[in-house]
Design a protein around this ligand. Structure first.
Ligand SMILES: *[C@@H]1O[C@H](CO)[C@@H](O)[C@H](O)[C@H]1NC(C)=O
Ligand SMILES: *[C@@H]1O[C@H](CO)[C@@H](O)[C@H](O)[C@H]1NC(C)=O
Length: 478
């Protein structure tokens, strides 16, 4: 009833055509929910994995398990994410652009006393309301200074992993504190074991525990690989030539370790018989930086260039039709929220920045409902980043601070990404009308940008005050 009221409340603000579309998709979603029982949803998010760090884009990479899932699934070739970890994770769990949440800026730093806005219901909580069990494994990075920001308070039944952005893969420390928890209790036995192994073990255990259960589950498996520090057990290095750059070799070993974890999760689904009614989604959270490769795309993590935002990914499920298939429809990380709610049987989807993509993923003849998205948007560019807009085949990039008054700004970039996916030819002079129109759309959207939620670091959170463990409890919530 709450969702119905929300829907009615937003009606007056929505154009009639859009309204008709919303009704149509609502009717379709409820029809499909009645036809099949709700599937298990496994969302695997890799950390900093580059476009060129997967075997289907680069044959130097050894990722046989994922390759097999791609070869029998749907390869996502225009699936976009935010340029950085915290913003991407925020968008995934809210269905909202981070600039609506104050999360369009840098990732949360260790001692930043805030977290993902508490004003929104996160995906796991919605799925819980629809009868799902919800599990979170791996990296959180959406705030922990107050217990209210942490995974269990935000809708996950279980939690296993770390709260900050990046830790030692073996000893699970971040600076001077230990950061590893099971059900939000410090878990010291993890010390010494490679994180990706622990996360795969736990995922397998959770899947095994669901065997025979009627309750569908949502597993958010946020692996640390291939994020820094560059660490991997030696056994994964043998796949790569010794004369390779040493750090690149370790990075590639980390991809292979990640791939093994994905393979173990899928094998557990098959072993338990849960596979037949499961949907597995894989994506990177942003592009690579450092020893990752985004080639041939331009740019890297932290930028709105394609190399920072166009994620390697796929969907694999026996429920998909016409596989294998390359899906080139436009997708954005905000889409998973409504896509998963629709899969779970929600008949009236919330009004957010995402689209229910399920029909376009499952059915080769259905086009993506999305024709545009904002890569990011902000008043102040950091490192020259202000934002970018995708509109059908075109992308407008504005990277310097300016007042965005049409006609007064210095030169932005306009690309046709279908003809020029690597962003080499600026079309601003060629298509000034389109560039201007897109700039106006960005200008209009700026009214929805809220100030960055980025308070000063607070030493109260230092682990030396908390027995050497990164621990919630040192900030108030708004
Ligand atoms: C943890 O491992 C890192 C390397 O990733 C090392 O620099 C650090 O000293 C180790 N910390 C502890 C407490 O063992
Ligand atoms: C983890 O193990 C290492 C090596 O045994 C040890 O030096 C370190 O203190 C341990 N960390 C914690 C938090 O117990």
């Amino acid at each position: 009833m709450i969702t119905t009221m929300r829907f009615v409340a937003t009606c007056s603000a929505v154009a009639p055509a859009l309204l008709a579309l919303l009704w149509l998709s609502a009717v379709r979603a409820s029809a499909s929910a009645a036809a099949a029982s709700a599937p298990n949803i496994v969302f695997i998010l890799a950390d900093d994995l580059g476009w060129g760090d997967v075997s289907w884009h680069n044959d130097q990479v050894v990722s046989p398990n994922m390759q097999q899932l791609v070869d029998t699934g749907v390869q996502l070739e225009q699936s976009y994410v935010q340029p950085l970890c915290t913003p991407s994770r925020s968008a995934f769990l809210t269905g909202l652009y981070p600039y609506r949440l104050g999360r369009q800026g840098p990732p949360l730093a260790d001692l930043t006393p805030t977290g993902l806005s508490l004003d929104h219901t996160l995906l796991p909580e919605r799925l819980s309301q629809l009868g799902y069990a919800t599990h979170m494994i791996g990296k959180w990075h959406l705030g922990f200074c107050n217990w209210a920001y942490t995974p269990i308070a935000r809708g996950f039944d279980t939690q296993y992993g770390y709260l900050l952005g990046s830790e030692s893969h073996f000893n699970h420390t971040v600076g001077n504190g230990y950061d590893f928890r099971d059900q939000m209790e410090p878990e010291f036995t993890a010390n010494g074991t490679y994180g990706t192994h622990l996360f795969a073990d736990r995922a397998v255990r959770i899947i095994e525990e669901h065997q025979g259960s009627d309750q569908p589950f949502f597993l958010y498996l946020a692996l640390q690989n291939v994020h820094l520090p560059l660490e991997v057990p030696d056994e994964y290095l043998v796949h790569y030539p010794e004369d390779l750059d040493e750090n690149r070799r370790v990075l590639l070993g980390m991809v292979t370790a990640l791939d093994e974890a994905v393979g173990r999760v899928v094998q557990a689904l098959k072993d338990t018989g849960l596979y037949d009614n499961s949907v597995i989604v894989f994506s990177s959270d942003n592009g690579g930086v450092g020893k990752e490769s985004n080639l041939p795309l331009r740019g890297a993590k932290g930028s709105v260039w394609e190399g920072g935002t166009r994620a390697a990914g796929f969907v694999h499920s026996p429920l998909l039709q016409g596989t294998p298939r390359v899906h080139s429809g436009l997708m954005h990380i905000t889409d998973w929220y409504n896509t998963f709610l629709a899969l779970a049987g929600e008949s009236v989807l919330p009004d957010n920045d995402g689209f229910n993509q399920w029909d376009s993923l499952v059915n080769p003849s259905v086009a993506s409902p999305r024709t545009s998205f904002f890569y990011n948007l902000d008043y102040e560019g950091e490192e020259g980043m202000l934002g970018a807009l995708r509109l059908q085949d075109h992308k407008l990039v504005i990277t310097k601070r300016r007042d965005l008054v049409p006609g007064k700004e210095t030169e932005p970039w306009l690309f046709n990404l279908i003809e020029d996916p690597n962003e080499t030819i600026n079309l601003v002079e060629v298509e000034p009308g389109l560039a201007m129109a897109m700039q106006v759309l960005m200008l209009e959207e700026l009214q929805n940008v809220v100030p960055k939620d980025q308070p000063e670091a607070d030493p109260a959170g230092d682990p030396s005050n908390w027995g050497g463990v990164w621990t919630p409890g040192w900030c108030d919530v708004p």
